[in-house]
Design a protein around this ligand. Structure first.
Ligand code: MOS
Length: 773
């Protein structure tokens, strides 16, 4: 099979196009001038404000609710509780309902008197101002019959169980490859370690928000802060019992999400119901405190990893066990074992999951769900074994390099990890590393070098886009995607410009509206590849129509040419054999009195370069490749820390990340994406931690004052590079996506650097001074 890179016929990357160039964000000006409308900023006639009141207890029953005082306040329109909220057509509270709704959220509050978690909405107050609604919510009096809650799997009373499936049913709860237990028992080198990960919250700058507008009793528009308008539309339509087309979801800009906006959460449908009840548009914005119980989190978890190896450091066995907390109604666990099974060549593998129900909101996708904490375990253990056997950490990874996918034996569609290691080591100066732990000093600081491998799968996904090309030489390109702030608007503009032969200023890319062609969630690193491929394929349809028009047009220089002999060069269609002969689309369209022409495209996972309607009769893709190849991105992080030996404080002082993720659509936004993900990982490594009180199952630091995240002063200048990859199998654009891989391995790279600096191995995240001292 042809695995040589094939470039676009148009002026694509490799031929001087705009794809890949570090184009400034096309939405940058609108953002800095305040013109960009975030979901809570759409003005509405007669808008009123919703405020949630959360439960003070984490478990029990509501005995009574007294809303008298709240209702007497000026401006208050309604106090909605489980007693007076209209019923929905379907709720996620039953397994059938949950399946129909198609959303991970498996429990809707305000449907009964049961309290499952602290902060669970027990009342929704609607008033004419936000302040009045907030004050009235404070006057709602609730009497509870409280029971003692469970706070986590660590409670001795917690009942552990093995889920059949984890992470929303997508990953097996139990995986086995060969006999890992026997291989472990027989291995000359054995290593066992237990790792814990704190509860982390996403804390996007923009909190969750819903503005619900009923245009008619059965027609709704929702301005929502979500990573997935299609998922939100479907879940709302199902819950309300409305046809999809009568529910419109709009999300033009997002101030981050990191996974917490990838699901439908209770506040959305509750706001919609409130708008119905008061017959006015209602806006509800979660407070920062409510973000800690309203939109999921990364779960508290323990992993035990047992490794068997040869004395040369070659892996023989991996046995992984994870225990974590889930909610009373969902079986959610991040699939940590996925990366542990995949990262290195190892003949045997076993993994299992245990969950305990506790009185907490369901945990959810959090940037690199599973891969981030899973890589912490394996990448620290690999480092330990290297240290124990006197092997350089980079060398042990090369000795275990997986030339094919160890989980299924399939060849990689592409893998440039060796190049990532080599380039990262060179940029970082890895060869200067003192093999001795705790032996490098700079004044009062202990200096450490650490590194780790990163990987993330290309998930199965597909989407659609529409291209409308105008005879005056501009184009409007649309897809119902969202832009988390990472650059969807910009990169899709670049792809459209290249495939249509236009400059980016002649392209307008529109997203964030369920009326546009359907696109997947911006999550799981799929948006970049899927939406760009959709745009590419849609543009090919436009060209195909134009070519047909040209060869049938007596006045065209291409009249009577064979379709397969006509190729596209920038904005011109020309003869393959004589590129002087041809014309641009504007001339052709004007002569035919066409104002515009439209094409649609379906970007598919596994379809390969130039799939579908690829111009010039190129082959129709690699049908079998989805089954034939394993598709993943890879990378490496290198970290230098300086540890204050007296205070135990850790400072990251240098950082290098090198990734290979297929085609990079924009060098600048991609670099920013990797920097952002690495900072997210450094936060998890050194400071991020939500405390849940073990007696009351309530968060004690639910604010950005007490939940610490890195600020500028915590982060050094970071070096980011990409290894160029031309992967012909992934999708039409050869894009693997970079949203998640940016933080995989980051916490391990930091922990390994701390180990190298101090000789102390900290296996409990975050690595706070008390653990280092
Ligand atoms: Mo990502 S955790 O799927 O937003």
């Amino acid at each position: 099979m042809d695995t040589e890179p094939r470039f676009f016929e148009t002026n694509g990357p490799g031929t001087g196009g705009v794809v890949g160039q570090p184009l400034n964000r096309v939405d940058g000006h609108d953002k800095v001038t305040g013109k960009a409308r975030y979901s809570a900023e759409f003005p509405q006639q007669g808008l009123v404000y919703g405020v949630l009141k959360g439960s003070e207890i984490a478990k029990g029953k509501i005995q009574s609710i007294d809303t008298t005082a709240a209702m007497k306040e000026p401006g208050v329109l309604a106090v909605l509780t489980h007693q007076n909220l209209p019923k929905l057509a379907k709720t996620p509270n039953s397994p059938e309902g949950k399946k129909a709704i198609g959303a991970p959220m498996g429990f809707l509050p305000l449907t009964s008197d049961t309290v499952h978690y602290a902060g669970q909405p027990v009342a929704l107050v609607v008033a004419d101002t936000f302040e009045r609604a907030t004050h009235a919510a404070s006057l709602v009096r609730v009497q509870y019959a409280a029971e003692k809650p469970l706070a986590s799997y660590q409670d001795p009373k917690a009942e552990l169980f093995n889920p059949e499936k984890v992470q929303d049913g997508k990953t097996d709860g139990f995986t086995r490859r060969g006999d890992a237990r026997a291989a472990l028992a027989a291995a000359p080198v054995k290593h066992t370690a237990t790792y814990t990960h704190a509860i982390n919250h996403h804390n996007p700058m923009e909190p969750g928000s819903t503005t619900a507008v009923w245009e008619a009793p059965d027609r709704l528009t929702v301005y929502e802060s979500t990573q997935g308008i299609t998922r939100t539309q479907k879940s709302l339509a199902t819950m309300l019992g409305l046809p999809l087309e009568q529910v419109r979801v709009v999300t033009k800009y997002l101030g981050g999400g990191f996974g917490c906006k990838g699901s439908s959460w209770p506040h959305t449908v509750l706001t919609v119901q409130a708008a119905k009840a008061v017959n006015r548009p209602v806006k509800l914005v979660l407070t920062r405190q409510q973000m800690f119980t309203g939109m999921g989190h990364r779960e508290d978890q323990t992993q035990t990893l047992q490794i068997g190896a040869t004395r040369e450091g070659k892996l023989l066995a991996l046995v992984h066990e994870k225990t974590s907390t889930t909610s009373p109604w969902d079986n959610y666990a991040e699939p940590n074992s996925r990366i542990i099974n995949l990262l290195y060549a190892c003949p045997t593998f076993e993994s299992s999951y245990k969950l305990a129900r506790a009185n907490v909101m369901t945990s959810t996708f959090t940037r690199a769900p599973g891969e981030a904490p899973g890589s912490f375990a394996i990448e620290c253990s690999m480092d330990d074994i290297a240290s124990q056997l006197g092997i350089d950490p980079l060398e042990i990874r090369l000795r275990n390099y997986a030339e094919k996918d160890p989980t299924n034996g399939k060849p990689w569609s592409s893998k440039s990890l060796k190049q990532c290691y080599a380039r990262g080591a060179e940029l970082f100066g890895w060869s200067k590393r003192n093999p001795q732990n705790g032996a490098t000093r700079d004044g009062k600081y202990l200096v450490g070098y650490g590194m780790a491998t990163a990987s993330y799968p290309v998930h199965n996904s597909q989407g659609t886009a529409r291209v409308r090309l105008y005879a005056d030489g501009h184009a409007v390109v649309q897809s119902g995607a969202t832009d988390l702030g990472t650059g969807t608007y910009t990169v899709m503009t670049q792809v459209a410009a290249d495939t249509l032969g236009l400059t980016p200023d002649k392209v307008r890319f529109e997203l964030g509206d369920s009326r546009l062609p359907t696109a997947p969630n911006s999550g799981g690193s799929v948006a970049g590849g899927t939406v760009s491929s959709s745009v590419y394929v849609a543009a090919q349809e436009v060209w195909q129509k134009l070519k047909k028009l040209a060869i049938a047009d007596k006045k065209s220089p291409l009249y009577r040419a064979k379709l397969e002999d006509v190729v596209v060069e920038k904005n011109r269609m020309v003869l393959k054999t004589n590129k002087q002969k041809g014309e641009d689309f504007m001339a052709l369209m004007k002569r035919n009195e066409m104002s515009d022409i439209e094409g649609t495209g379906n970007g598919k996972y596994g379809a390969g370069y130039e799939s579908g309607l690829a111009a010039g009769g190129a082959d129709s893709g690699h049908q079998d490749d989805m089954a034939g190849h394993s598709m993943h991105s890879f990378g490496a992080h290198f970290c230098e820390v300086r540890v204050d030996a007296e205070f135990g404080t850790v400072r990251v002082t240098r950082w290098v990340s090198v990734h290979a993720a297929g085609r990079i659509l924009n060098a600048k936004t991609a670099r920013s994406q990797i920097i952002g993900g690495s900072i997210f990982g450094i936060g998890a490594a050194l400071m991020e931690e939500t405390f849940r009180d073990p007696n009351f199952a309530r968060y004690t630091n639910a604010s950005l004052g007490e939940y610490h995240i890195p600020v500028n002063a915590d982060i050094p200048e970071m070096t980011v590079e990409f290894i160029e990859e031309h992967d012909p199998y992934i999708n039409a654009m050869g894009v693997k996506g970079i949203g998640e891989i940016s933080m995989v391995g980051v916490s391990a790279a930091v922990a390994n650097a701390v180990f190298h600096a101090t000789g102390k191995r900290v296996r409990d995240l975050p690595i706070t001074p008390d653990k280092v001292m």
